[in-house]
Design a binder for this molecule. Structure first.
Ligand code: HEC
Ligand code: HEC
Length: 255
């Protein structure tokens, strides 16, 4: 067969495959393709029908504005005991939160309308009898809710990264690492009594904890949509500083 018509044939079968897969999904919410265990980019969905590229085993350095399933999201599921009730065996409400695969198979992610994902709606629910996790489990903090929202917005990928090769995140407390970082970059505009930007004081642990908990501290330095990019009018912080802020907030901002 001439090369050209072989090419057409390949294109044709790819198109047929694509149609088939579209057809199979007509009544189903959209789910991503099986995911690359070593993602190297931050593009949300891979639309290539068949990925034949060899698996890249180079560790992926954490991008500070990206939410990683393994490092950021799964630990939240564990911390809030989602799998105490939601496993395939217990099958409460027909949803499972004990692995990435089971989360995807539970129909709780809507990539086209991230904020209508049942996984997200269940944690922002107003009704105290319906909000997840239920009493007596610790409620999710606003920053945790926002991390889940951002992970879904970024494609709800089964992604993972290796921070150790890029940034030292040991000894992460307010006093040791965060206070000096804020004093070098932020308190010039954010000190109480000095008409602080946005009314936000970043000069004491107590006032910094408020914006850490709300999600604003990480959201503004990572420059996520919906937040004012900080430091205002200046270059972003270094990747390592942004990652430290994210990690410190994720550890519930120790003093
Ligand atoms: C103590 C048991 C328990 C824990 C822990 C728990 N859930 Fe649930 N979950 C339930 C029950 C019971 C329902 C059914 C509630 C209803 O239908 O009103 C439910 C329903 C859900 C639903 C389906 C809501 C819908 O749209 O129908 C989702 C999604 C969910 N939970 C997510 C979570 C997440 C995420 C966590 C962890 C942050 C969690 N759950 C922790 C018991 C639990
Ligand atoms: C040049 C002055 C300036 C610097 C430097 C600055 N900020 Fe701001 N910041 C502001 C102003 C002004 C606002 C109010 C919102 C606006 O006008 O953009 C603000 C708002 C904020 C908010 C609320 C944003 C939101 O969308 O909720 C946070 C959080 C914040 N700053 C954190 C920081 C952090 C962290 C740093 C250092 C990394 C920093 N700021 C550096 C001026 C500054």
């Amino acid at each position: 067969m001439p090369r050209f018509s072989r090419f057409i044939l390949v294109l044709g079968s790819l198109a047929a495959l694509h149609l088939l897969s579209l057809n199979g999904c007509v009544h189903e919410p959209f789910f991503p393709e099986p995911l690359d265990p070593n993602p190297t980019d931050t593009i949300p969905t891979d639309t290539t029908p068949v990925d034949t590229t060899p698996v890249d085993t180079t560790p992926v350095v954490c991008a500070p504005d990206t939410l990683y399933f393994l490092q950021d999201i799964f630990p939240l599921m564990e911390k809030h005991h989602c799998a105490a009730c939601h496993t395939p065996e217990k099958n409460v409400a027909g949803v499972s939160f004990n692995s990435y695969e089971n989360i995807l198979n539970s129909n709780v992610i809507d990539l086209e309308n991230p904020e209508q994902s049942r996984m997200y709606e269940s944690i922002i629910e107003d009704d105290p009898d319906k909000v997840m996790p239920p009493d007596p489990y610790d409620p999710m903090q606003p920053y945790e809710i926002d991390m889940i929202r951002l992970w879904i917005v970024q494609g709800a990928r089964n992604n993972s990264c290796d921070q150790s090769i890029a940034c030292d995140t040991t000894d992460l407390t307010y006093t040791s690492r965060i206070k000096p970082l804020l004093e070098a970059n932020c308190t010039g505009c954010h000190t109480a009594g000095n008409n602080p930007g946005g009314g936000i004081d970043l000069s004491t642990y107590a006032s910094v904890a408020v914006v850490a908990r709300s999600g604003q501290l990480y959201g503004s330095v990572a420059r996520h949509e919906g937040y004012e990019p900080m430091p205002k009018g200046l270059d972003p912080l270094s990747d390592c500083d942004i990652y430290r802020i994210k990690a410190w907030v994720s550890q519930d901002y120790p003093e």
